[in-house]
Design a protein around this ligand. Structure first.
Ligand code: MG
Length: 377
């Protein structure tokens, strides 16, 4: 029996994780659940899974039993460090930098990590890897691209890898020119052509910052230098990513655009689980690939630049993006201001002065987000 702690349980990844749990009731037990502001859904899911420990963002729940109840950011850390059973897995489906400290606490509590919160690896990849080693636990990706690469690498030798090729659907604005982006609205941006996801990651897909984050994530997960991680535009979202080997062979993982697949793979690795997946009809299938231009998508270019600078520049990259996306979603800035805000931070030489520690990453992130929000509000 795997004992699960799911934080961000009401979001897109959280609810799909619970779908997988429902399909394997003999394998999974939900011990902990952290929920957001939708109290109606929270009550429904907590009553269904009866976790012994819960964390609420706000408000009160009238429940038919009495779970240990924590609140807010402190509560997330308490859920992460709660440790009672063998074989515990922490499913981190939080959005943004708020996912970092819960991951750190969960590792220290010897939980395995199933990570959908990519910002954790973006801002603190080296530090998280060191902790995973120190506490002798494991970290599995839930992102579809990294799940694809992970699947392609089964049975392969690291020395045989030539490069990783991360596919990008292109986001909501893939067919628009730079000029046409000037006056796009958040409503336009939130219409992703292939994937149904939360609002922050949908905007990150439209700016291509999401792909930049995924390059950084891949670097840490698979130990490959940045100059051997490429991105390619693939509008169909059929090929979820690829690995090219030294002999020219390319392995790809393909399937329908359904996050249940990478979630189930992370939770039941190395099994390819039988669940109610949509499947993929191969008949008539055409695969299209195009260059993903870093001129067209400066956020992607700046992700590589920040990654090469390393250390606290990655915290600056993420914080600038979090602040900018939040301003855009609140109608305070235009779409193209997002990249301006990010470039401004990454061109700032100050971040090389900060020592790269979890504490500094958190402190700096809060400061940058505050500063940008004050400047633009
Ligand atoms: Mg992804």
């Amino acid at each position: 029996m795997k004992n699960l702690y799911i934080v961000g349980a009401l979001g897109s990844i959280g609810t799909q994780t619970l779908d997988i749990v429902r399909q394997f009731p003999d394998e999974f037990r939900v011990v902990g659940m952290a929920v957001g502001r939708n109290l109606k859904l929270a009550k429904e899911l907590i009553e269904e899974f009866k976790p012994e420990v819960i964390c609420l963002r706000e408000g009160e729940l009238q429940l038919s039993y009495n779970p240990i109840t924590y609140y807010g950011d402190e509560g997330l850390l308490k859920i992460a460090s709660y440790h009672k059973y063998e074989n515990e897995t922490f499913v981190n489906a939080l959005v943004g930098i708020s996912g970092l400290l819960p991951t750190v606490e969960a590792i220290k509590a010897h939980k395995e990590i199933a990570l959908a919160n990519k910002e954790t690896l973006v801002v603190a990849g080296d530090l998280i890897k060191a902790l995973i080693k120190e506490y002798n636990t494991k970290l599995y990706p839930i992102d579809s691209e990294h799940s694809a690469i992970w699947q392609c690498l089964q049975g392969e030798k690291h020395e045989d890898i030539k490069r990783l090729i991360i596919t990008a659907s292109g986001g909501s604005f893939r067919d628009k020119s730079r000029d046409e982006l000037t006056n796009v609205t958040k409503e336009d941006a939130l219409k992703h052509p292939n994937w149904s996801m939360g609002s922050k990651i949908t905007i990150d897909s439209a700016t291509m910052m999401n792909k930049g984050f995924e390059v950084i994530e891949a670097h840490y997960l698979f130990d490959i230098d940045y100059d051997r991680i490429d991105t390619i535009l693939h509008p169909g979202s059929i090929v979820h990513s690829m690995v090219e080997f030294n002999d020219g062979s390319i392995k790809a993982q393909i399937g329908s655009a359904d996050m249940h697949t990478p979630i189930a793979y992370a939770l039941r690795y190395p099994h390819h689980s039988a669940f109610n997946s949509k499947g993929l009809n191969l008949l008539g299938l055409k695969l299209e690939f195009k260059e993903l231009s870093q001129e067209r998508f400066p956020c992607l270019r700046y992700a590589y630049i920040a990654a090469q600078k390393g250390g606290c520049y990655l915290a600056a990259l993420n914080a600038a993006n979090e602040a900018a996306v939040s301003l855009f979603l609140n109608d305070k800035i235009k779409f193209l201001d997002i990249e301006k805000i990010i470039i401004n931070e990454i061109d700032n030489p100050i971040y090389s002065n900060y020592e790269y520690t979890i504490e500094n990453v958190c402190k700096l992130s809060t400061e940058i987000i505050e500063k940008i929000k004050q400047t633009w509000s």
